[in-house]
Design a protein around this ligand. Structure first.
Ligand code: OAD
Length: 230
């Protein structure tokens, strides 16, 4: 089976009802990054940070995967598919995708502020001040904040280097190191980007498919499957 690596961003979940970050009325417009998504914000006002991620987690439980997420599940019948996502929601998993690497963490996990290896899966949408890990330290969202290391990046590079085809969906490609992932795609592997308006700054040849994830991904998946079967 040929290998398809799919690299997704916030646009992947937009049609499920989750706001992107940088589109107009996006999350960062109403919640400045430095107030909710940095280690400094956590020190300054942990309640504000918890509230921000509690709202994201609550919403995640209320929304459903869209046609784009489901199309990627269909792709697994014909290709070896690995998804690398910048998204912190669990919509790929809930749609049924079997291999998903979260570069920027996961809303459904929390961890100790003292020991980054004490990670817990939570069904609960709310984390409060005073909710503690086994080591007695406050729990924090299992999210990669700005200024923090991206521990899964090396693994993401290794996955990307094995791609026969790379599909990029719904990302502005402005946040590094994540955005540099496309530079690791083998030279002869085609790269396609589905996005209504992203303008990738890469020397790679990228086929840009203008449109949304729920509309264009099912079309692309159908085409790839039909080409593979002929
Ligand atoms: P952005 O908000 O930067 O970009 C969203 C992209 O999705 C834009 O290029 C939009 O054009 C596109 N888009 C909007 N609606 C779409 C749809 N229905 N279908 C397809 N594409 C659509 O989000 P990301 O690129 O994911 O990090 O942002 C990267 C990282 O920056 C995030 O993981 C997050 C953020 O700060 C952290 O929080 C650490």
């Amino acid at each position: 089976m040929r290998k398809i690596v799919v690299f997704t961003g916030a646009g992947m979940s937009a049609e499920s009802g989750i706001k992107t970050f940088r589109d107009s009325d996006g999350l960062w417009e109403n919640h400045p990054v430095e107030e909710v998504a940095t280690p400094q914000a956590w020190v300054r006002n942990p309640k504000l940070v918890l509230d921000f991620y509690n709202a994201r987690r609550k919403q995640m439980h209320e929304v459903e995967p869209n046609k784009g997420h489901y199309a990627l599940v269909d792709l697994e019948k014909y290709f070896d598919v690995e998804i690398v996502t910048q998204n912190v929601d669990n919509l790929h998993e809930r749609a049924g995708s079997s291999r998903v690497l979260h570069l920027h963490g996961e809303l459904s996990k929390v961890r100790s502020t003292r020991n980054p290896n004490l990670i817990y899966t939570t069904e609960n949408w709310e984390i409060k001040l005073g909710d503690l890990a086994e080591d007695g330290a406050q729990l924090r969202p299992h999210i990669v904040w700005f200024g923090e290391q991206v521990p899964q990046f090396e693994t993401a590079i290794k996955i990307t280097q094995t791609a026969d085809i790379m599909i990029v969906v719904g990302t502005s490609l402005v946040v590094y190191p994540a955005a540099s992932l496309i530079e690791y795609v083998p030279f002869n592997a085609p790269v396609m980007l589905i996005d209504p308006k992203a303008e990738p700054q890469s020397r790679r040849k990228i086929e840009i498919i203008r449109g949304t994830a729920a509309e264009k991904l099912p079309e692309l998946v159908k085409k790839l499957i039909s080409n593979e079967n002929t």
